[in-house]
Design a protein around this ligand. Sequence first.
Ligand SMILES: *Cc1c(COP(=O)(O)O)cnc(C)c1O
Length: 890
Amino acid sequence: MAKTATRIDQFFVLHATRNDRWQVVADLARDWAAGAERPQGLADTLDELAVLEQFHAIPGSPTVERLRGLVETGEAAEAARLARHVAEVLMVGRGSDLVEEWEAEEDVVAADIVPSVVAPAEARRPYFEVLYVTAQEEPRWKTLRGQVRRLRRREDQFVYEPVFVGSVEDAICATVLNPRLAAVVVGENVPLHSRHQAPVIRELLEHVAQAKLQAPLGLELARALKRIRPELDLYMLSGRNVETIAGDPHADVLRRVFHSIEEPIELHLSILEGVAARYETPFFDNLKKYAQRPIATFHALPIARGKSVFQSDWIRDMGEFYGMNLFLAESSATTGGLDSLLEPTGNIKKAQEMAARAFGADHVFFVTNGTSTSNKMVVQALVRPGDVVIVDRNCHKSHHYGLVLSGGQPAYVEAFPLTQYSMYGAVPLETIKKTLLDFRDEGRLDRVRMLDLTNCTFDGHMYNTRRVMEECLAIKPDLIFLWDEAWSGFAHWSPFLRPRTAMGAAAALKDYLCSPEAVDAFERQQAELGPDPSREKLLKTRLVPDPRKVRLRVYQTNSTHKSMSAIRQGSMVLVRDVDFAHVESQFHEAIFTHASTSPNQQLIASLDVARRQMELEGYGLVMNAITIALKIRMAVNGHPLVSKYFRVLGADAMIPEQFRNSGFVDYLSPGANWGTVLKAVNEDEFFLDPTRLTLVCGTAGFDGTSFKGLLANRFNIQVNKTSRNSVLIQSNINNSRSDVALLLRVLVQVCRELEEGGGTTTDGFKRKVHSLMTEVPDLPNFSRFHDAYRKDGGPQTTEGDMRTAFFAAYREENCEYVPLRSPEIDKRLENGPELISANFVIPYPPGFPIMVPGQVLTKDAITFMRKLDVKEIHGYEAARGLKLLRPDRL
Ligand SMILES: *Cc1c(COP(=O)(O)O)cnc(C)c1O
């Protein structure tokens, strides 16, 4: 820590660094106790740890001091014991185990005896830490700590330890570095500057908190902490000013304001109550109670209560496998402590409200049929037949099918291609603005209803959500946004990624639009642009919306099951729409259309629980997922043998330079640090989510599908999707560093086998690599809809009536089949009549539609299809050929 850390990985991996450092101390102390010289590294490592441990309660600064003392006085055996114990304690993941282990240590020391909280394992209470930001001098902290601990009662639902810091800067560092914090107590007159001069800390302050902390104002600090971790409960202790503070318009970031001389027990109870409010899972809690009650069911769900299962000779193993509770907690009832997902009035409603609070939305809707359904619900609720939706052609099929169902007309926009890896990136803002301006110039802007984009994309491209919305709203102030964040629901829990989520950007945008600067900025830009600015000028300018006209309407869908602890298919729709009241009834219609009338209780419960987890430990879990991802990136690209064959693509390979305005190259490139990453997050058009890793395997002679198969069949490693020459690896809140080790070991083994087979030198290998990496097919752009489906379109705009085309194919006499490789296709491409796709053709991979209903096929699409060597192509039967609409029947 004392050394200047320049690489971003070193900042992100501070949590891991802490454990690693303790391991080093334990090893050095062990050697010393075994008779070696006192190692010099021991004192240095303890110095580094002293800076980190001040932000943690366990083992915390006092333990570092004790160890330093033991090192100075030469007590090797005791130093070795203590260091080993710390290293072991830190390895246990769960807070309740941690505190248990540690109390045993404190009993040994008996420095200040505290009421014991030792309990049998099953009764262990969840553990968290509370940060006290205080102006009191450091020598007093030990006494304060004793006072806080003496407030503990047997009836408390949770146990916590205090952490004390003496400056605003240290408070921010602790908030960033200590994932166990659940609450912060801010005192008055706290000095601004830390005593520490570690450069890391300064970087943290400038970039993460974005705080202009001029005066040591408690409220300013509280707001900065909320920006980093919105889930934390903040309390303020105030002397004379208590009423002034409570009345400040910014005081809503505080959970409570206390008069400093008030009973400390009140603060203690408030802290516990605040955590309890996040711990509460209204639906799950009631489901557990429901399962305990003796209930006779006469409804249509025989499996409920499990009698037909457990009393059967033939299916009892199912009961034994899943356990009794699954059946006790099954019900088709919506009463008796349960609630109706379709029309929630009780604990599901409450659970959804809590999720809205947690994820920064106004409303949340739980969906038990995946984001596939969430997307269709949002599209149907907001899009009327004939409305135009500007949509990434590369988006998930649920959007395309949603448009078929709703009768919305897609105006497809293209993402930038990553041809070499047979995948698409994301849609450039310029493309979106051009499309909007096309509609404007044709006087048809009123037809456009929605912009529908995927964020982040499968491969990790995150939009600059705020900028996209700002500039689009400058052209069309009532445009609705649907951000499909199927993958990235977790991003809310990282201060780095949150600004690039739909809800994070919507919150920031709302604040901005309410500020007086917003009107000024708009007026200023209008004056600069003049009365009738040219298209070119509008495309080049970063447009500012008119805050008086804007209706901010933002929807986000996320597959909670893809990034958090929800059961498969658990999904959420998040809403921040100022006009939601006008569409609420339609929204309910859409729910009634798509949601099952028999939603699964366990799924709903898991959504409730996933929210609880993220609110209480999401920050640390996500930080860990990012750490793991960076470790994998470093391990693969830095390994001498592995990097000869494999490579994880950096931001520079995944995002063309023109979209990295800040100059950011990659996490691993020299000079990358907090500063460059934060700058990239704020400024760049696209940002690469570090947890999504494209591992190129074509350079090792494997196509994506066979490499995925190899990893699964031989090594039990499951990866996400594949492309022609890569596989997508993803880290999530479930991964540990052992997973990194396993992956690396497997890659090493694969590389060894390649070396034994002659390595990169054989002709066969070279040919394979050349074919996979160089002979890549061009990705076909969307051509156009046939004129028959463009009856009300304009000359520049491209939307089409896809639904009519889709249903035209339901009449067999309208359709024809032409084999993909037949000369007839080539003839018709030359001389007509036009080839018109009758349905969606979606190959996996890459998983986007090469053809949509009503689309005129071009040579590009045919060539791509002919070169495609994947087995699974939805909408295409090789035996019959391409299904086309007959032009003479239109
Ligand atoms: C997976 C996915 C969906 C569908 O979500 P499910 O929860 O699997 O139904 C939608 N959009 C994107 C971008 C996805 O990756």
